[in-house]
Design a protein around this ligand. Sequence first.
Ligand code: ASP
Length: 336
Amino acid sequence: MNRKNFLKLSSLGFSSLALPSFTKAGQKPIVIATWDSGMAVNAAAWEILAANGRSLDAVEAGALKIEDTIDCCVGLGGYPDRDGIVTLDACIMDEHANCGAVAGLEQIKHPISVARKVMEKTPHIMLVGNGAQQFAVENGFPKVSSTLSPEATAAYKEWLVKSEYKPILNIENKKQNNGPFAPNFFDDGSANHDTMGLLALDMAGNLSGAVTTSGMAFKIHGRVGDSSIIGAGLFVDNEVGAATSSGVGEEVIRICGTHLVVEFMRQGLSPELACKKAIERIVKKDPEKAKSLQVGFLAINKKGVYGAYSIQKGFVFSVKSGHENRVHASKYLVSV
Ligand code: ASP
Protein backbone atom coordinates (compact mmCIF):
# COMPACT_ATOMS: atom_id res chain seq x y z
CA MET A 1 0.00 0.00 0.00
CA ASN A 2 1.33 3.41 -0.83
CA ARG A 3 0.88 6.62 1.07
CA LYS A 4 -1.93 7.72 -1.22
CA ASN A 5 -4.02 4.69 -0.42
CA PHE A 6 -3.18 4.84 3.23
CA LEU A 7 -4.31 8.44 3.45
CA LYS A 8 -7.48 7.66 1.57
CA LEU A 9 -8.31 4.78 3.87
CA SER A 10 -7.44 6.84 6.92
CA SER A 11 -9.71 9.63 5.83
CA LEU A 12 -12.52 7.12 5.45
CA GLY A 13 -12.02 6.03 9.01
CA PHE A 14 -10.62 2.65 8.01
CA SER A 15 -9.09 1.59 11.25
CA SER A 16 -7.62 -1.87 10.86
CA LEU A 17 -4.37 -0.29 9.72
CA ALA A 18 -3.71 1.26 13.07
CA LEU A 19 -3.98 0.11 16.63
CA PRO A 20 -5.06 2.60 19.25
CA SER A 21 -1.84 2.09 21.13
CA PHE A 22 1.47 0.56 20.20
CA THR A 23 3.14 0.68 23.56
CA LYS A 24 2.28 -2.89 24.40
CA ALA A 25 4.40 -5.79 25.50
CA GLY A 26 7.53 -6.21 23.47
CA GLN A 27 8.11 -8.63 20.63
CA LYS A 28 11.22 -10.33 19.32
CA PRO A 29 12.30 -10.55 16.59
CA ILE A 30 10.76 -7.43 15.16
CA VAL A 31 11.51 -4.82 12.52
CA ILE A 32 9.97 -1.35 12.30
CA ALA A 33 10.38 1.18 9.52
CA THR A 34 9.34 4.70 8.65
CA TRP A 35 6.37 5.30 6.36
CA ASP A 36 4.05 2.87 4.62
CA SER A 37 6.82 2.01 2.17
CA GLY A 38 8.31 0.35 5.23
CA MET A 39 5.99 -2.62 4.65
CA ALA A 40 8.08 -3.91 1.73
CA VAL A 41 11.27 -3.04 3.52
CA ASN A 42 10.17 -4.95 6.61
CA ALA A 43 9.29 -7.98 4.50
CA ALA A 44 12.86 -8.13 3.20
CA ALA A 45 14.30 -7.68 6.69
CA TRP A 46 11.92 -10.26 8.13
CA GLU A 47 13.29 -13.03 5.92
CA ILE A 48 16.56 -12.67 7.77
CA LEU A 49 15.12 -12.15 11.24
CA ALA A 50 12.75 -15.10 10.95
CA ALA A 51 15.68 -17.34 10.03
CA ASN A 52 17.42 -16.31 13.24
CA GLY A 53 19.65 -13.90 11.35
CA ARG A 54 21.45 -10.86 12.65
CA SER A 55 19.61 -7.54 12.96
CA LEU A 56 22.43 -5.80 11.09
CA ASP A 57 21.91 -8.02 8.05
CA ALA A 58 18.16 -7.54 8.32
CA VAL A 59 18.27 -3.74 8.27
CA GLU A 60 20.72 -3.73 5.39
CA ALA A 61 18.47 -6.11 3.41
CA GLY A 62 15.48 -3.87 4.06
CA ALA A 63 17.31 -0.75 2.95
CA LEU A 64 18.59 -2.51 -0.18
CA LYS A 65 15.03 -3.37 -1.08
CA ILE A 66 13.87 0.23 -1.24
CA GLU A 67 17.08 1.42 -2.89
CA ASP A 68 16.17 -1.01 -5.66
CA THR A 69 12.75 0.52 -6.29
CA ILE A 70 11.74 3.87 -7.72
CA ASP A 71 10.86 6.06 -4.77
CA CYS A 72 10.64 9.83 -4.48
CA CYS A 73 12.99 9.95 -1.60
CA VAL A 74 15.36 7.03 -1.55
CA GLY A 75 17.97 5.76 -3.99
CA LEU A 76 18.93 6.87 -7.47
CA GLY A 77 15.28 7.13 -8.53
CA GLY A 78 14.78 9.85 -5.92
CA TYR A 79 14.28 13.55 -6.51
CA PRO A 80 17.39 15.56 -7.25
CA ASP A 81 18.91 18.61 -5.61
CA ARG A 82 18.34 22.06 -7.07
CA ASP A 83 21.08 21.44 -9.67
CA GLY A 84 19.31 18.34 -10.91
CA ILE A 85 21.73 15.90 -9.28
CA VAL A 86 20.61 12.99 -7.10
CA THR A 87 22.80 12.74 -4.01
CA LEU A 88 22.35 9.97 -1.50
CA ASP A 89 22.86 9.80 2.27
CA ALA A 90 22.86 6.62 4.34
CA CYS A 91 24.08 5.19 7.61
CA ILE A 92 24.05 1.95 9.53
CA MET A 93 24.74 1.04 13.17
CA ASP A 94 24.97 -2.27 15.02
CA GLU A 95 24.71 -3.59 18.54
CA HIS A 96 28.37 -2.87 19.31
CA ALA A 97 28.06 0.81 18.37
CA ASN A 98 29.92 0.11 15.16
CA CYS A 99 28.67 2.55 12.57
CA GLY A 100 29.29 3.74 9.03
CA ALA A 101 27.87 6.49 6.87
CA VAL A 102 28.03 8.12 3.44
CA ALA A 103 26.73 11.52 2.44
CA GLY A 104 26.35 13.30 -0.88
CA LEU A 105 27.08 10.06 -2.71
CA GLU A 106 26.39 10.20 -6.46
CA GLN A 107 25.81 7.48 -9.08
CA ILE A 108 26.05 4.55 -6.69
CA LYS A 109 22.96 2.39 -6.36
CA HIS A 110 23.34 1.09 -2.84
CA PRO A 111 24.55 3.70 -0.38
CA ILE A 112 23.54 1.53 2.57
CA SER A 113 26.04 -1.17 1.61
CA VAL A 114 28.74 1.44 1.04
CA ALA A 115 28.00 2.74 4.56
CA ARG A 116 28.38 -0.79 5.88
CA LYS A 117 31.71 -1.13 4.08
CA VAL A 118 32.88 2.14 5.63
CA MET A 119 31.95 0.66 9.00
CA GLU A 120 33.64 -2.66 8.42
CA LYS A 121 36.65 -1.82 6.28
CA THR A 122 37.86 1.57 7.46
CA PRO A 123 38.84 3.21 10.75
CA HIS A 124 36.37 5.99 9.89
CA ILE A 125 32.66 6.52 10.26
CA MET A 126 31.64 8.86 7.46
CA LEU A 127 32.77 9.45 3.89
CA VAL A 128 31.29 12.19 1.74
CA GLY A 129 30.97 13.26 -1.89
CA ASN A 130 33.71 12.29 -4.33
CA GLY A 131 35.65 10.47 -1.64
CA ALA A 132 32.66 8.31 -0.81
CA GLN A 133 32.15 7.57 -4.49
CA GLN A 134 35.83 6.71 -4.97
CA PHE A 135 35.69 4.37 -1.97
CA ALA A 136 32.53 2.75 -3.32
CA VAL A 137 34.06 2.10 -6.73
CA GLU A 138 37.26 0.75 -5.15
CA ASN A 139 35.09 -1.67 -3.20
CA GLY A 140 33.29 -3.01 -6.22
CA PHE A 141 30.18 -0.84 -6.39
CA PRO A 142 29.64 0.06 -10.04
CA LYS A 143 29.21 3.71 -10.98
CA VAL A 144 25.91 4.01 -12.84
CA SER A 145 24.49 6.67 -15.15
CA SER A 146 23.17 9.82 -13.58
CA THR A 147 19.87 9.86 -15.49
CA LEU A 148 16.87 11.02 -13.46
CA SER A 149 13.86 8.73 -13.19
CA PRO A 150 10.79 9.88 -15.16
CA GLU A 151 9.03 10.75 -11.88
CA ALA A 152 11.99 12.77 -10.67
CA THR A 153 12.31 14.52 -14.03
CA ALA A 154 8.68 15.59 -13.90
CA ALA A 155 8.94 16.82 -10.30
CA TYR A 156 12.17 18.67 -11.01
CA LYS A 157 10.72 20.37 -14.09
CA GLU A 158 7.78 21.51 -12.03
CA TRP A 159 10.02 22.81 -9.27
CA LEU A 160 12.19 24.67 -11.76
CA VAL A 161 9.25 26.88 -12.72
CA LYS A 162 9.71 28.81 -9.49
CA SER A 163 13.02 27.41 -8.29
CA GLU A 164 12.33 28.63 -4.79
CA TYR A 165 14.57 27.51 -2.02
CA LYS A 166 13.51 28.24 1.49
CA PRO A 167 14.35 25.59 4.04
CA ILE A 168 10.91 25.41 5.54
CA LEU A 169 8.16 22.95 4.83
CA ASN A 170 6.40 20.27 4.89
CA ILE A 171 3.24 18.79 6.11
CA GLU A 172 1.93 15.54 4.76
CA ASN A 173 -1.75 15.53 3.92
CA LYS A 174 -1.60 19.11 2.73
CA LYS A 175 -1.56 19.78 -0.94
CA GLN A 176 -1.63 23.51 -0.47
CA ASN A 177 1.75 24.03 1.07
CA ASN A 178 3.37 27.42 1.10
CA GLY A 179 6.89 26.11 1.43
CA PRO A 180 9.56 25.83 -1.21
CA PHE A 181 8.75 22.31 -2.11
CA ALA A 182 5.08 22.94 -2.62
CA PRO A 183 5.11 21.75 -6.26
CA ASN A 184 6.05 18.42 -4.88
CA PHE A 185 2.79 17.88 -3.09
CA PHE A 186 1.03 16.12 -5.87
CA ASP A 187 -2.63 15.35 -5.92
CA ASP A 188 -1.84 11.77 -5.12
CA GLY A 189 -0.73 12.89 -1.69
CA SER A 190 2.94 12.15 -2.17
CA ALA A 191 5.45 14.41 -0.48
CA ASN A 192 9.00 15.47 -1.04
CA HIS A 193 10.55 13.65 1.86
CA ASP A 194 10.16 10.08 2.96
CA THR A 195 13.46 8.86 4.25
CA MET A 196 13.61 5.16 4.98
CA GLY A 197 14.77 4.45 8.50
CA LEU A 198 14.51 0.96 9.91
CA LEU A 199 15.27 -0.63 13.25
CA ALA A 200 15.45 -4.33 14.03
CA LEU A 201 15.70 -6.49 17.14
CA ASP A 202 16.84 -10.01 16.38
CA MET A 203 16.19 -13.31 18.11
CA ALA A 204 19.46 -12.92 20.04
CA GLY A 205 18.15 -9.65 21.44
CA ASN A 206 20.49 -7.40 19.47
CA LEU A 207 19.46 -4.10 17.92
CA SER A 208 20.63 -2.51 14.66
CA GLY A 209 19.41 0.31 12.46
CA ALA A 210 19.81 1.65 8.92
CA VAL A 211 18.77 4.82 7.15
CA THR A 212 18.82 5.58 3.43
CA THR A 213 17.60 8.64 1.56
CA SER A 214 18.05 11.01 -1.34
CA GLY A 215 17.35 13.74 1.19
CA MET A 216 15.21 16.80 0.84
CA ALA A 217 14.17 17.32 -2.75
CA PHE A 218 15.73 20.35 -4.45
CA LYS A 219 18.14 21.00 -1.62
CA ILE A 220 21.27 23.08 -2.21
CA HIS A 221 23.92 20.88 -3.79
CA GLY A 222 26.13 19.63 -0.96
CA ARG A 223 23.47 19.88 1.73
CA VAL A 224 23.44 16.95 4.12
CA GLY A 225 20.45 16.31 6.35
CA ASP A 226 20.07 14.21 9.44
CA SER A 227 19.80 10.85 7.73
CA SER A 228 23.47 9.95 7.51
CA ILE A 229 24.42 11.47 10.84
CA ILE A 230 24.76 9.08 13.74
CA GLY A 231 22.86 10.55 16.68
CA ALA A 232 20.61 12.59 14.39
CA GLY A 233 18.95 10.30 11.84
CA LEU A 234 19.88 7.06 13.60
CA PHE A 235 21.12 5.94 16.97
CA VAL A 236 21.43 2.47 18.47
CA ASP A 237 22.43 1.61 22.02
CA ASN A 238 22.08 -2.09 22.55
CA GLU A 239 21.59 -1.68 26.30
CA VAL A 240 18.63 0.62 25.83
CA GLY A 241 17.07 0.89 22.39
CA ALA A 242 17.27 2.48 18.97
CA ALA A 243 15.66 5.39 17.14
CA THR A 244 15.39 6.83 13.66
CA SER A 245 13.81 9.91 12.12
CA SER A 246 12.25 11.37 9.02
CA GLY A 247 11.32 14.91 8.15
CA VAL A 248 13.21 18.18 8.12
CA GLY A 249 16.73 17.04 8.84
CA GLU A 250 17.98 20.40 10.03
CA GLU A 251 15.55 20.32 12.95
CA VAL A 252 16.63 16.80 13.87
CA ILE A 253 20.33 17.67 13.76
CA ARG A 254 19.72 20.73 15.95
CA ILE A 255 18.63 18.55 18.86
CA CYS A 256 20.73 15.41 18.10
CA GLY A 257 17.30 13.87 17.73
CA THR A 258 17.71 10.11 17.80
CA HIS A 259 20.42 10.23 20.44
CA LEU A 260 18.02 12.28 22.53
CA VAL A 261 15.25 9.73 22.04
CA VAL A 262 17.52 6.90 23.16
CA GLU A 263 18.66 8.90 26.18
CA PHE A 264 15.03 9.49 27.16
CA MET A 265 14.45 5.74 26.92
CA ARG A 266 17.52 5.21 29.11
CA GLN A 267 15.82 7.36 31.73
CA GLY A 268 12.92 4.92 31.67
CA LEU A 269 10.50 6.50 29.21
CA SER A 270 8.59 4.31 26.79
CA PRO A 271 9.63 4.62 23.13
CA GLU A 272 6.50 6.60 22.34
CA LEU A 273 7.02 9.02 25.20
CA ALA A 274 10.71 9.36 24.39
CA CYS A 275 9.81 10.30 20.80
CA LYS A 276 7.19 12.73 22.08
CA LYS A 277 9.69 14.47 24.36
CA ALA A 278 12.10 14.90 21.45
CA ILE A 279 9.33 16.32 19.29
CA GLU A 280 8.42 18.71 22.11
CA ARG A 281 12.03 19.86 22.21
CA ILE A 282 11.83 20.86 18.54
CA VAL A 283 8.45 22.52 18.85
CA LYS A 284 9.38 24.44 22.00
CA LYS A 285 12.31 26.08 20.25
CA ASP A 286 10.00 27.79 17.78
CA PRO A 287 6.30 26.91 18.08
CA GLU A 288 5.35 29.19 15.20
CA LYS A 289 7.87 27.66 12.81
CA ALA A 290 6.88 24.17 13.93
CA LYS A 291 3.45 24.71 12.39
CA SER A 292 5.04 24.39 8.97
CA LEU A 293 7.50 21.62 9.79
CA GLN A 294 7.26 17.88 9.84
CA VAL A 295 9.56 15.61 11.83
CA GLY A 296 8.75 12.08 12.93
CA PHE A 297 10.70 9.92 15.34
CA LEU A 298 10.38 6.15 15.52
CA ALA A 299 11.91 4.12 18.35
CA ILE A 300 12.16 0.65 19.82
CA ASN A 301 13.50 -0.47 23.15
CA LYS A 302 15.48 -3.51 24.15
CA LYS A 303 12.29 -5.47 24.88
CA GLY A 304 10.88 -4.85 21.42
CA VAL A 305 8.35 -2.26 22.53
CA TYR A 306 8.04 0.41 19.85
CA GLY A 307 6.56 3.86 19.51
CA ALA A 308 6.57 7.00 17.41
CA TYR A 309 5.67 10.66 17.54
CA SER A 310 5.63 13.46 15.00
CA ILE A 311 5.08 17.19 14.87
CA GLN A 312 2.20 17.05 12.41
CA LYS A 313 -0.41 14.55 11.42
CA GLY A 314 0.70 12.32 8.58
CA PHE A 315 3.71 10.41 9.83
CA VAL A 316 3.11 6.68 9.52
CA PHE A 317 5.31 3.68 10.17
CA SER A 318 5.34 -0.04 9.46
CA VAL A 319 5.81 -2.94 11.86
CA LYS A 320 6.58 -6.60 11.19
CA SER A 321 6.90 -9.22 13.88
CA GLY A 322 5.57 -12.71 14.49
CA HIS A 323 2.32 -11.07 15.64
CA GLU A 324 1.72 -8.16 13.34
CA ASN A 325 2.39 -6.81 9.90
CA ARG A 326 0.82 -3.42 9.52
CA VAL A 327 1.04 0.32 9.14
CA HIS A 328 0.42 2.54 12.15
CA ALA A 329 -0.37 6.22 12.22
CA SER A 330 1.91 8.11 14.58
CA LYS A 331 0.51 10.35 17.27
CA TYR A 332 1.35 14.01 16.76
CA LEU A 333 1.77 17.17 18.74
CA VAL A 334 0.61 20.10 16.66
CA SER A 335 -2.79 20.45 15.05
CA VAL A 336 -2.96 23.10 12.37
N1 ASP B 1 15.36 13.68 6.86
C1 ASP B 1 15.61 13.82 5.45
C2 ASP B 1 16.55 14.96 5.20
O1 ASP B 1 16.49 15.95 5.91
C3 ASP B 1 14.39 14.04 4.68
C4 ASP B 1 13.39 12.95 4.78
O2 ASP B 1 12.96 12.55 5.84
O3 ASP B 1 13.04 12.45 3.74
O4 ASP B 1 17.29 14.89 4.25
